[in-house]
Design a protein around this ligand. Structure first.
Ligand code: NAI
Length: 311
């Protein structure tokens, strides 16, 4: 009895459980194109997130093995696999974030137009399913050309009556990750201390890193960049008030309808677009900004036209 008394009267601070420290693992994330070069490592990185309860992997082929392999990682999320269009609706129902790396990368001998035609069709059909099954989800588009596939997605969502510009994101995170890495190497800074905003679009000269705005504050791969963007979206959904990412979104920052820039992301998607990055840029950057506009404008129009031609 004395022993028991001493135990019960001792004030022992209670250890915080993992659930108290981190927001609960309660978000469902779908990856469309999950068996691909980007999809597989992206699935692995999302599987590492403590915020995810279900990781749903969709592809037209080869997704079962990827899912089985990932399911062996002992992190909280459950991995589910879906193969082919007949299983797409079930993959999408109730998800919070949909990431789309489905498509083909450009191969030797392929023109930009070849790539455009294949990926535009893939993104169109996937977004139709997103509109029908999870219209409230954050949508992350990785399939290139992002400058056109994001406007394509916007048009499809409009036609379906479910377009919310605050929740449609072109993943341009790779440009930021690369810019940060190059600047850190060149200036001998720690990577963690570098943050370069990258504006405009996501191809060739439309990518404009604003080096003058570098805050002395990686890409191993696109998968890393995409996973970072998923993690930011989940933190925003979980109520973190301090989530900023560069992303290609509907925008009034310039006269172009879509533009990549730093964006504050909250529970409902884009909360605000950070306009100050375009103020006080150097002459070199101002010229580059004007120079990128015609190409970006053409890519946006090409995407919109594609949807109107294939109705
Ligand atoms: P990949 O060819 O290795 O994988 C693509 C996957 O998509 C394959 O598993 C394929 O089966 C799947 N797929 C094809 N049609 C599909 C459909 N209708 N539904 C579902 N899945 C489908 O290609 P990778 O390297 O993974 O690249 C994917 C896309 O990402 C390409 O368009 C590429 O240009 C783009 N990309 C974007 C970057 C960015 O910064 N936003 C950077 C690098 C690549």
């Amino acid at each position: 009895a004395p022993l028991r008394a001493s135990v019960t009267t001792r004030v022992v601070p209670k250890a915080k459980s993992v659930a108290q420290v981190l927001p609960e693992a309660s978000y469902k994330v779908a990856v469309l194109g999950a068996a691909g070069g980007i999809g597989q490592p992206l699935g692995l990185l999302i599987k590492m997130s403590p915020l995810v309860s279900e990781l749903r992997l969709y592809d037209i082929a080869n997704v079962k093995g990827v899912a089985a392999d990932l399911s062996h990682c002992n992190t909280p999320s459950q991995v589910m696999d879906f193969t082919g269009p007949a299983e797409l609706a079930n993959c999408l129902k109730g998800v919070d974030v949909v990431v789309i790396p489905a498509g083909v990368p450009r191969k030797p001998g392929m023109t930009r137009d070849d790539l455009f035609n294949i990926n535009a069709g893939i993104v169109k059909s996937l977004i139709e399913a997103v509109a029908d099954n999870c219209p409230e989800a954050f949508i992350h588009i990785i399939s290139n050309p992002v400058n056109s596939t994001v406007p394509i997605a916007a048009e499809i969502l409009k036609q379906k009556g479910v377009y919310n510009p605050k929740k449609l994101f072109g993943v341009s995170t790779l440009d930021v990750v690369r810019a940060n890495t190059f600047v850190a190497q060149k200036k001998d800074l720690k990577l963690i201390d570098v943050d370069v905003p990258v504006v405009g679009g996501h191809a060739g000269i439309t990518i404009l890193p604003l080096l003058s705005k570098t805050r002395p504050s990686a890409t191993l791969s696109m998968a890393y960049a995409a996973a970072r963007f998923v993690e930011s979206s989940l933190r925003a959904l979980a109520g973190d008030p301090d989530v900023y990412e560069c992303t290609y979104v509907q925008s009034e920052l310039t006269e172009l309808p879509f533009f990549a820039s730093r964006v504050k992301i909250g529970k409902n998607g884009v909360e605000s677009i950070i306009s100050s990055d375009l103020e006080g840029v150097t002459d070199y950057e101002a010229k580059a900004l004007e120079a990128l506009k015609p190409e970006l404008k053409a890519s946006i129009e090409k995407g919109i036209e594609f949807v109107h031609k294939h109705q």
